[in-house]
Design a protein around this ligand. Structure first.
Ligand SMILES: Cc1cc2nc3c(=O)[nH]c(=O)nc-3n(C[C@H](O)[C@H](O)[C@H](O)COP(=O)(O)OP(=O)(O)OC[C@H]3O[C@@H](n4cnc5c(N)ncnc54)[C@H](O)[C@@H]3O)c2cc1C
Length: 382
């Protein structure tokens, strides 16, 4: 049996489920195909950082528009997924890192983003729990965090309510372009549509390759852990220049922290944290927050995101195949972007344009022969 739709979406993470919602609300017949459960891969297991701070200038306009959506999330999908604008405080541990903060802030000011620099004395006064290794910080108060477990299922529920069909446990096993559209095999069924959205996360590279577009995507598995509940000390989402450790304390007291990489096998798919990065992330956390010494780690985990050499996603129309649009490879910082990525994809499909600059995400950039230049803005993890 063949089922026809206007748009097929391959992958039910944050990007795909948001696209399903935005398209369905504009009257489009959408079918989303998800191998497992919606939000069960990177979109459901990440750190929950909702930050603009530290982003590459190419990604900042998308992140700024995305951040605005978080204020109205409950109106859009019935929950704000525990989003709180706790502020994102990025710390410097030496003069070079402090210069890095100042350079980013000067760049971001051109986009209307103005974090507050906190110098050595003020940081000591405001945050007495930091060790002397912290010499400065940059606080962007409108940034914050949310609960990744809640967001994508909420988008899926809202998309279904808007009329979209989301089929879980439907692994896509075949896809071709035939006639005016696509023929996709999933879960023993056949689906057709003139438009195909590739929101398959890490696996988006395999989808692109099916249509002759080679993207050097590698599995990216940030190593995460959570401590027992501890006395509350800081509401901000904390990061450091270089991203080798990042943490946030939830209101129950547990500290969620990450740093280094776990390992994964996207073919299964499965992922697991590793002891060495877990210990060294904890050591780096203790260097800046000595009172974490002795805190018990009660769980560790990782996941699989698509990592690209320039740490920017692929997003926009295919170069080889009319009707195919990509949005994958968010390189460890696409949770916050999921809602806006779906909105932008719906605009590309229905309006043929969007108001966000996508040039930096062009899939053709990997085929160009010019040598990659050192990129001082290369986006780092939280
Ligand atoms: C441990 C960790 C921590 C992170 N921390 C943060 C953070 O703090 N802040 C932040 O902004 N970002 C963070 N990220 C990154 C963020 O989670 C991802 O960039 C984002 O969730 C990617 O969303 P996605 O929809 O592109 O992909 P995914 O969530 O991976 O969704 C893609 C979906 O496609 C499905 N799929 C793939 N192939 C097929 C197929 N053949 N058939 C059917 N379905 C298929 C998969 O099953 C999957 O559900 C983190 C990521 C990880 C792993």
């Amino acid at each position: 049996m063949t089922t026809a739709a206007d748009v097929l979406i391959l992958g039910g993470g944050g990007a795909g489920c948001s696209a399903a919602l935005h398209l369905a609300r504009r009257g489009v017949r959408v079918i989303l195909l998800e191998r497992g459960l919606v939000g069960s891969q990177a979109s459901g297991v990440n750190h929950g950082g909702v930050r603009q701070q530290g982003r590459h200038p190419a990604e900042l306009p998308l992140a700024i528009r995305g951040r605005r959506m978080w204020d109205d999330m409950a109106a859009l999908v019935g929950t704000n997924a525990e989003f709180e604008a706790t502020g994102h405080l990025k710390l410097a541990r030496n003069a070079t890192e402090e210069e890095d903060l100042l350079r980013w802030n000067a760049m971001a000011a051109e986009y209307g983003i103005v974090p507050r620099m906190i110098g050595r004395n003020a940081i000591r006064a405001d945050h007495p729990y930091f060790s002397d290794s912290v010499i400065a910080g940059s606080l962007l108060e409108e940034d914050g965090s949310a609960n990744p477990r809640l967001l994508t299922p909420a988008f899926a529920k809202a998309a279904r309510a808007a009329g979209a069909t989301l089929l879980e446990r439907h692994p896509v096993t075949g896809m071709t372009r035939a006639g005016d559209g696509f023929v996709v095999e999933a879960g023993g069924k056949t689906f057709t549509a003139p438009i195909l959205l590739n929101t398959a996360g890490f696996w988006g590279g395999e989808v692109a390759a099916q249509f002759g577009e080679v993207v050097p995507v590698t599995p990216l598995s940030p190593n995460m852990m959570v401590t027992e509940p501890l006395p509350l000390f800081c509401a901000h989402n904390l990061g450091v220049v270089g991203g080798d450790v990042y943490l946030r304390q939830i209101s129950r007291g547990n500290v969620i922290l990450g740093g280094g990489r776990g390992e994964s096998d996207p073919a299964i798919p499965a992922s697991r944290p590793l002891p060495a990065p877990t210990f060294s992330a904890m050591e780096r956390a203790i260097e800046i927050l000595p009172h974490l010494a002795g805190a018990m780690v009660i769980r560790s985990w990782t996941g699989i995101d698509g990592g690209l050499p320039d740490a920017l996603p692929v997003m926009g129309p295919s170069h080889t195949t009319p009707g195919l649009f990509h949005a994958f490879g968010f390189s460890g910082h696409g949770f916050m972007l999921g809602p806006v990525v779906g909105a932008v994809l719906s605009e590309l499909v229905l309006d043929g344009r969007t108001d966000v600059a996508l040039e930096g995400f062009d899939i053709g950039r990997f085929a160009r022969q010019d040598a990659p230049e050192a990129d001082i803005w290369k986006t780092r993890l939280e």
